[in-house]
Ligand binder design. Sequence first.
Ligand SMILES: *Cc1c(COP(=O)(O)O)cnc(C)c1O
Length: 395
Amino acid sequence: MSDFEQLEAEWAFATQAVRAGQTRTQEQEHSEPIFPTSSFVFSSAAEAAARFSGEQPGNIYSRFTNPTVRTFEQRLARMEGAECCVATASGMSAILATCLGILKTGDHIVSSRSIFGTTTVLFTNFMAKLGIETTFVELSDLAAWENAIEKNTRLLFLETPSNPLTELVDIKALAEISRKHDCLLAVDNCLATPALQQPISLGADIVIHSATKYIDGQGRCMGGAVLGTESIVGTDVYAFLRSAGPTMSAFNAWVFLKGLETLDLRMKAHSAGAMELARWLEQQPQVARVYYPGLESHPQHELAKSQQKGFGGLLSFELKGGKDDGWKLVDATQICSITANLGDTKTTITHPATTTHGRLTPEQRQESGIADGLIRIAVGLEDIEDIKKDLARGM
Ligand SMILES: *Cc1c(COP(=O)(O)O)cnc(C)c1O
C-alpha cells in the first residue's frame, strides 16, 4: 500500500465515499472525469508490448482497463473494506463473473433459497447446464447450510437482508462454517449497501453488488461489482471479465461514482422512511404481517441491530386478501411507481408473486414464502406521509 492508499484506508466511511480512488489528471479537474474511449495509445511498440505482457501497468482497452471504471472500483473497494473490486455491466453479470471465475464443472453451490429471482434462474438453468449444481437452503438456518455442504462445494451464496422478505443470516457464524469446509462465502450486499453492512469485516470472502440499485440511487444505469481479495477477485474474476467482456461503461461508472458520494446520506433517509412506513403498516387492519428488520416484531431484529448500521429502505407486507387485493392496492396508487427496480429516490411498488418471482413455479414460490397477497415497497425519498396516503387509497 502506498502512503496515500494508507491514508485513504484510515478515512471514515463518508469521506471515502466522497473522495477515495480519485487521481486528478494534468487538467486538475475537481469532479472525476469520464473517459469514453475504447482504447488507449502507446508511445512506442516497446511500450505496447510491455503493457500487453503485463510488465508495465496501465490502460490498454476499456473492456478491462478504463480510468473512470477504475476510480469507481477503488472507491467501492474502500467502502466495503475489500482489497480489490471488479466492476461489471450489471448485477447479474457480477454473479455470473463470480461463478465462472471461480467454479468449474463438477463444483457445487449451496445457496440461500431467498435470493433474487433471476439469480435462482441463473443457478438452476444455466449453472446446472455447465455441470455446477446448486442446493438451496433456508437463509437463517445455519445447520441447514452445514448439512448441505458436500465434498465438492466451493461456493456459499446469499443475500442478507433478503429481497423481498428481509430475512437475515448471521454472516460471522456462517463465515466460520464456510472456512471450516474450505468454501468461499459470497454475500450479495445489494440491499444493505456498505453504508449499512460490510460483509468482509464479518468474514465473507466475496461481496457482490447490483450497482443498478442503491449505488446509482436514482434509477438510471445498469451496473454491478464483485469485491474480495486480490487472488480471487483481482485474478480469477478479473480474468473472466477480461475474456468474456461484461464490462461496466465509463459513463455508468461516473454515474455510480456520483451515487457513492451520497450513499451514506441516502441510506439513512431510506431507512428512516421505511421504519416509519413499517410502523404505520403494522397498524392497518387489512395487513396480516409486515416484514422489516427494524420492527421489534421481526424475528431477527436483534441480529439486524448488531450486524447492520441501519435497517434499509425495503419492506414487504402481506395483505389478508390474496392476489386480487394485492393488484387492487398496486393499481390504486398514484405516487408509487409500479416497477421492479429498487433503491431509487422514487418509491416503487411490486407484487412479487406475479413479477419478480413470476418465473418460479408455484411450489418454488411457496418454499420461498412469496404469498399471493405479498406487496413489496422500496421506500424512496418522498415525504413518507404522502406514501402512506397513496397506500391507504387501495386498502
Ligand atoms: C437487482 C438485483 C440483482 C441483479 O442486478 P441487475 O443489475 O438487475 O442485473 C442481483 N441481486 C439483487 C439482490 C438485486 O436486487
